[in-house]
Design a protein around this ligand. Sequence first.
Ligand SMILES: [Zn+2]
Length: 429
Amino acid sequence: MRWFLLVILSFGSLAAKAENIYIKNVTVLTMDADRTHQNVTVAVSGDRIVYIGPKDGAPLFEYTDHVIDGTGKFLMPGLAEMHGHLPSSDWSRERQERILFLYLAGGVTTVRGMLGDPIQFDLRNQIKAGQMDGPTLYLAAPSMNGNSVSSPADGRAKIKRYAAQGWDLQKIHPGLTRAEYDAIADEANKLNFPFGGHVPADVGLEHAVEVGQISLDHMDGYLEMAGGDKREMTEEDFTKMVALTKASGTWVVPTQELFNVLIGGGDVTAMTARPENRYLTPDALASYQRRAANSNANANPLAVKNRNRLLKALADADVNLALGSDAPQLFSVPGFSIWREIESMRDAGLTAAQILKSGTSAPGRYFADKDKFGTITEGARADLILLSEDPRDDVTALFQQVGVMAAGRWHSRAGIDARLDQIAQDVKD
Ligand SMILES: [Zn+2]
């Protein structure tokens, strides 16, 4: 008995107490079909949404940590960054914490980490236990590419090892031969271990989706199919690409903003003036400026135009589209780069509804075998953003966040701002 009590006590001291929270009198965008609830109470206990409905029917908690007034405000699911980068072992603890908090500060409550490092398992567990603030993490294994895989047999052996280690998917990078890629795909399919990311040149888009690649990140492989870096793509091209994507059920993570800059260049002065750059170290900002200037020197506006028309065609055909910005990569501050991605999607002609879905219910569907999230429904993970304006009217309302809840932990605007100010100070040194 005494031993049992000791275990309970020591566990209790490690894990943060589950919070009970009410958000009252709020308009809820469920993102589950096309449903809105007006003037309802949402109750959260631990990391789950436990109730949505009239205030009289809400469960009575033994204790309540927060009562949030949602009058005149809009509650939507937190956003997912479906192509994000996460800390690695050689980073300082301070830098690890900073990046993970920045994601939350932008309303990103889920990250699909796209470059594996074993430390990410620890970070994921610490976030889950409430010892560190951050989004829920899903983790791609270390990259498979032309340098990290030496033969088809080596690819198979690595897939077996990574699947056994508990990674959520395999990251594919350029440089794999077709034989290596096929061995990797075959072994991964046998183990029911998803693989996604880039489309190696030797493989091509059609073959990648044929053997079951789960996601085409950066819209890799599409322009290559049609020589879209050299000629204006036609309706016929788009029809073929949409049909291929739709039939395979593969996911598309456009990372449009990054590629607008990478292949189209961009206004370096305007990008430098973005307010979120105050969370970058001076070195990072300078390297972004150099890289963007270099992109400008080699800009290909035709390819950018083709990508934008393709993105619109894919969204209108309702393919599996997921929001992702590839932070931190190039003028892409974690959490805030998702806002830039949202602006780029809007500029490509996507509707607010298409964009909102790509960042909430769609990623929830992608990870449906892991957890329930991305909708405001009972039993879903309590990942929420409280907004002062309706994002369905203007998607930039997403940037007016009153607070963010990540797996049931509430971060008020004031709390987020105070920590952001601290980060702005820290990166100067
Ligand atoms: Zn990436």
